[in-house]
Write a protein that binds this ligand. Structure first.
Ligand SMILES: *[C@@H]1O[C@H](CO)[C@@H](O)[C@H](O)[C@H]1NC(C)=O
Length: 459
């Protein structure tokens, strides 16, 4: 299946069409254990215990047919079965062929869906790339089961319902819940949707110009089963992730178009797959204690050429976001590439700045309280050992010098390797170059965010 890139979402909201790929059609070879549609000399077998709904497009000759206890054929007009008297000349020696089991096909399997910006694009094969979590229908998406197709989907979920905007089955679109639940409880409906959770329709589309949260992270385990790197994707990717921090003026749809027109049309980015979505990243107080989430736009960029092009594109996107941020409603941007390189922080690192400021305030408050308590005699100062005399120092130096090279606390691998940093000067402007030295305590601490090495890359 060829996944094409198409980011001209003209007129469409930020919702997408997600189409279920597998079918249980009689005419689909892949549904038969012999990988061939049975013909007049063949014995056709459906497992007795299996429930299945099978769409039949045309007429078929069979030798014999073993039917399941519960199941149905959906016959296209003019479709049907007939038995050939004697031998069917166009058919081989005759085999027993069994209809494959479709019991285990899960709604939350990202490999079983394809996405497009419009219904036309689904038909034309202009599919969109997305992270795994968003390959599965999001709550504001339109779900499509192919028009001339039957299917069977297991709707097991970690929630009791799977909300979506609409569901199309056999060419009929359902966007009102009473009507859809009536269909699902019908005979066909029960054969097509099985599992403990119910698909529900009627969710409004995404009305937020900056995009909407897909809502599938509650089913992350089901979708992936393995830890991930980009939010919403299942496994580490060879490529790059750009993060865009946005303000009220930001519009996801026009930003997608901008990236398409500026970069994706360029021949050098031909092999790129790019997915853009709003995600909620957890914020950490001083980089450790989580205190909530903040929405941001995640741009996942993949390419087949060892990530070289994706890194270049990520760099272009960050550069563009930083130079035109004020008109685009972007407050900051940065990227990380699987090769290990990344951009410095900018603008959007407000959370980090706040964290550092708070940290300093807490330390100052602690010192003031300690001083007050000591002053009031609540806390006793421990009696300090007498300062070592010059002679004792000498003795120690015979044993071995303490100290050695100045301890810088810890190294941040991301910023301490100038060789990994971008070579283009002027691209990665940092706003501050502070380092914190608490020399009274003898601790020299360099804030990794504003490591001095970064000054090398300032304009
Ligand atoms: C047959 O089924 C396979 C897998 O379920 C699917 O990928 C393919 O598109 C189907 N073929 C047709 C002609 O619909």
């Amino acid at each position: 299946m060829n996944v094409l890139l198409l980011f001209c979402l003209v007129g469409a909201a930020n919702a997408l069409y997600k189409q279920w790929i597998p079918d249980t059609n009689y005419e689909n070879k892949t549904n038969w254990d012999k990988e061939e549609v049975p013909c007049g000399n063949d014995i056709v077998k459906f497992s007795a215990q299996r429930k299945v709904s099978v769409f039949v497009e045309t007429t078929h000759a069979v030798q014999e047919m073993k039917l399941p206890v519960d199941g149905e054929f959906i016959l296209n007009s003019g479709a049907g079965f007939y038995v050939v008297a004697g031998q069917d000349p166009g058919c081989g020696a005759g085999v027993t062929t069994q209809f494959k089991d479709s019991e285990s096909l899960q709604w939350f399997n990202p490999a079983l869906w394809q996405a497009a910006a419009a219904l036309d694009d689904l038909q034309r094969g202009n599919f969109l790339f997305s992270v795994h979590e968003e390959s599965v229908p999001c709550q504001y998406d339109d779900v499509v089961f192919k028009a001339r197709s039957s299917f069977r989907v297991d709707t097991s979920s970690s929630q009791s319902s799977i909300p979506v905007k609409s569901v199309s089955v056999l060419g009929k679109m359902f966007d009102s819940q009473p009507e859809f639940s009536q269909y699902v409880s019908s005979r066909s409906g029960r054969l097509q949707f099985h599992g403990p959770s119910a698909v529900t329709v009627g969710k409004p589309g995404c009305g937020d110009p900056s995009g909407c949260d897909c809502g599938n992270s509650v089913n992350h385990q089901r979708i992936c089963g393995t830890p991930l790197l980009p939010l919403g994707h299942c496994c580490d990717v060879c490529g790059a992730i750009a993060t865009i921090h946005y303000a009220a003026a930001f519009n996801l749809q026009s930003y997608r178009q901008r990236i398409h027109h500026l970069f994706l049309v360029l021949p050098k980015y031909k092999s790129i797959q790019l997915g853009m979505s709003k995600v909620f990243k957890s914020q950490r107080f001083m980089g450790i204690i989580p205190f909530g989430t903040s929405p941001e736009i995640q741009v996942v960029i993949l390419d087949g050429e060892k990530g070289k092009q994706s890194e270049a594109l990520a760099r272009d996107i960050v550069k563009d976001a930083r130079s035109h941020g004020s008109t685009l409603g972007i407050t900051g941007a940065e990227f990380e590439a699987s090769s290990g390189s990344s951009s410095g922080q900018s603008g959007g690192s407000a959370g980090m700045v706040v964290g550092v400021v708070f940290g300093i305030l807490i330390i100052i408050a602690f010192i003031i309280i300690m001083v007050l308590l000591i002053h009031k005699g609540v806390v006793q100062m421990p009696s300090l050992p007498p300062l070592p005399s010059l002679s004792s120092l000498k003795r120690h130096s015979d044993v071995g010098e303490l100290g050695g090279p100045l301890d810088h606390g810890y190294d941040n691998p991301m910023f301490d390797k100038p060789s990994l940093m971008p070579e283009v000067p002027g691209l990665y402007v940092t706003e501050t170059n502070n380092s914190i030295s608490l020399t009274q305590t003898g601790v020299h601490f360099i804030n990794p965010v504003y490591d001095e090495n970064e000054t090398d890359f300032n304009a």
